[in-house]
Each structure stands twice: as C-alpha cells, then as structure tokens.
Design a protein around this ligand. Structure first.
Ligand SMILES: Cc1cc2nc3c(=O)[nH]c(=O)nc-3n(C[C@H](O)[C@H](O)[C@H](O)COP(=O)(O)O)c2cc1C
Length: 361
C-alpha cells in the first residue's frame, strides 16, 4: 500500500494544470478553496517499495555513515554502498580523481575493504541510522560475484546492486558489462544474496538493449543506468595523463544526456522494466527528466562531491517540483516522455532504438 511522505502533507495554493502525461494533482476540500495535497513520493522498483525515489550513487557516498553528519540518511529512498568485492582491494594509483568540464574523471579502481570486513565494521553503523541499504558488489569472476553475494545474505539489505563494469578475468579482461553472457553469469551468481538484484550497466557498449535484456533474463529485477562514461584528460605541458592509471570514467552534468538516452532507449525497447536512473543529477528537475525517460527512481553521485547534502537537496527539490507542476505522486513521472510520444504519434519512431540512430545529434 502506498503511503504519503509525511513531510509532504502540507497544502498549497490554487490549482495549476499539470504537465502532459501526469494525472490531476489537485483535490478540492469540501466547501473550501482548491487544495493541492502533499505529494506521494513512494515508488516501486520491481518488488522493492521505497519511501521516495532518491538514493545515493555507489562509490560517491562512502561505505557507511560518513554522510550521516550532513543529512538524515533514513530520509532518502535508500543508501547505496560503494562496490564491495569478496577480497580487500587497494584500487588504482593516485591521482584518482580530477576535475573535468561539467563533471569529473575518476579512476578510483573499486578500492574497498572486502565485503566481510564491511559487513562487520561498517554496516552496523549504517543500519543504526535506519537508512534502507542497497549493497553494491563487484568481482573479477562469476565466482567472485557469488562469493560477495553469499557474504551479504541475511544482512538486511533492501536490494543488491551488481556493478558489472569491471574486467572479467575469464573473459580476457573484457568488462562483464560489455558482453551479454558474462553479464548474465555475474547477475545469476549474485542472486545468492537472496534479495532483489539490480544490474548496474555501463553505457560504453554498442548495444545496451542486448546487455540489459541478458541481465533481466538472468534474474535482475531492475537496471541501474548508467555507470561512468569512458574518458581521459592529458596535461598538455607534461603530455602525461592527469589520472594515475591513464583513463578513467566521466561523471557529473556532462553525462546526464547520455543517461537520459540510455534510460529512454531501454524503456522504448524493453517496455516497463524497473530502471534506476543515474548520471549528472543535481536538482529536482534533473530527477524528473530521468524519470520521464523511464526511471522509477534516481541516484545522486558527483553532485555529492560539490555538496554532501546533495541527495537530500534533490529529494526536497523534486518534491517541490512535483508540487509546482501539479504532480500528485512521484511515480506518475516514470515514463512520461513515452506517454507524451505515444500521444503525439511519435512512439516507436525512428529514434526509439539505438540501432536506428543515424544522425550526428
Ligand atoms: C569517485 C567515483 C567512484 C565511483 N565508484 C563506483 C563504484 O564503486 N561502483 C559503482 O557501481 N559505480 C561507481 N561510480 C559511478 C557512480 O555510481 C555513477 O554511476 C556515476 O558517477 C554517474 O552518476 P553521477 O554523474 O551522478 O556521478 C563512481 C563514481 C565516482 C565519481
């Protein structure tokens, strides 16, 4: 059953027409002026219901309660941990993060203390905040994914996000997420945690639909789109890469259109699959955009490096955005762009799938 976000039980002024594709956002109190009710922020991602659609993005909010000093983590839809492997991992040589126009480049290299150490030392602190916790795992083989997932069984996680953007030692070092069958193996192995699995995919592929379909077929309940976009910067004076390892992943405002496109294309090709949108979100309207493309919920990453309160800020801003646009329930935002396209007769048109893209737009 849906519950209204308590903080949203206030009412606003007169009615305004909502944006296309959303239901009427105004109720009329008996004998009184038109009242806009509080916004129902609950969302459903497969079998998981969240109190609201805003989460942290893996790797950008620490392992545990570091952000608790800046916001009430329990007020977010969920807290997503940094990706954990079944072994401790040191990550890449410094520098691991550099600025880029409209975002940042990182090559942290999935440093983590190992899933068991995290469960013992960090998870209890995080759980004391009452936040809903989505674990994130990575591995170098399908067996690593199974081991990490098994180590998290019974840990009280809301879901398990599976980061398949890592080199597969059994696949000549090619990323799991670049190959449908390797993705399927990693996802199937991760069901060992006994909680809903979300497949976190990279946009750095030719046919994302094929990979997404393989992940769903293997047991993923939802798709998290997108991980970082391959990038690199070079110091023109030294002619050396600015990141210690050479290349890295671009995140932040620059990649929001890439995320919107990925979410839109997957929804157009695969229908109403549960999607968590991530990439360059820094305010409520950005979240509304990703949801219009087809996401049921969103995650906030790089914006947290500019302001550690960003996830909470986006949540408050999205709620206000809904109020301002007469949206009664955040869940109504999901897929609006597709309903809009259907209403105007452009659904399924030449731009609905990646293989149809012939332009230089
Ligand atoms: C410093 C940094 C570390 C990250 N670490 C992880 C990680 O451990 N696991 C993962 O799945 N994604 C990781 N990501 C990717 C983010 O979760 C997110 O998908 C990406 O940054 C796009 O969102 P954004 O533009 O809001 O940052 C990392 C991103 C950054 C910037």
């Amino acid at each position: 059953m849906r519950r209204c976000d308590a903080a949203m039980s206030d009412s606003l002024g007169p009615d305004t027409a909502g944006p296309p594709g959303v239901g009427p956002g105004v109720r009329r109190r008996l004998g009184g002026a038109p009242q806009r009710p509080g916004v129902d922020m609950t969302v459903q991602i497969g079998s998981v219901q969240l109190a609201n659609p805003v989460m942290t993005a893996s790797g950008t909010a620490g392992y545990g309660a570091e952000l608790a000093a800046y916001m009430d983590l329990a007020s977010l839809g969920a807290f997503v941990t940094k990706s954990l492997s079944p072994f401790a991992w040191d990550g890449n040589p410094a520098p691991r993060v550099v600025g880029a126009s409209a975002g940042m480049l990182n090559a942290v290299g999935l440093q983590n203390p190992g899933v068991e150490a995290w469960r013992e030392n960090e998870l209890p602190r995080l759980q004391r905040t009452s936040a809903r916790v989505v674990g994130s795992i990575w591995g170098r083989t399908a067996a690593d994914y199974a081991a990490a997932a098994e180590a998290l069984a019974g840990a009280g996680l809301t879901a398990l996000e599976v980061n398949v953007s890592c080199p597969n030692l059994e696949g000549r070092g090619r990323m799991f997420a670049c190959d449908p069958s390797a993705t399927a193996d990693a996802i199937a192995a991760s069901t060992a945690a006994g909680v809903p699995v979300w497949a976190k995919l990279t946009p750095n592929v030719t046919d994302l639909v094929e990979i997404a379909a393989a992940a769903l077929e293997a047991g993923a309940e939802a798709l998290t789109l997108i991980n970082t976009v391959l990038g690199m910067s070079i110091d023109p004076v030294t002619a050396k890469p600015t990141l210690g390892i050479g290349g890295g992943g671009l995140s932040g405002p620059a990649i929001r259109p890439v995320a919107v496109r990925a979410v839109y294309d997957i929804r157009a090709a695969l229908g109403e699959v549960p999607i968590v949108g991530v990439g360059g979100i820094a305010k409520g309207s950005h979240a509304a955009e990703l949801m219009a493309a087809g996401a049921s919920a969103v995650q906030i990453g790089t914006a947290s490096f500019y302001d550690p309160r960003a996830p909470r800020g986006v949540l408050d801003d999205l709620r206000n955005w809904c109020k301002q646009h007469g949206v009664a329930a955040a869940a109504e935002l999901t897929g609006r762009a597709h309903r809009s396209a259907a209403a105007s007769g452009t659904a399924g048109g030449p731009r609905s799938g990646p293989s149809a893209d012939l332009s230089d737009d």
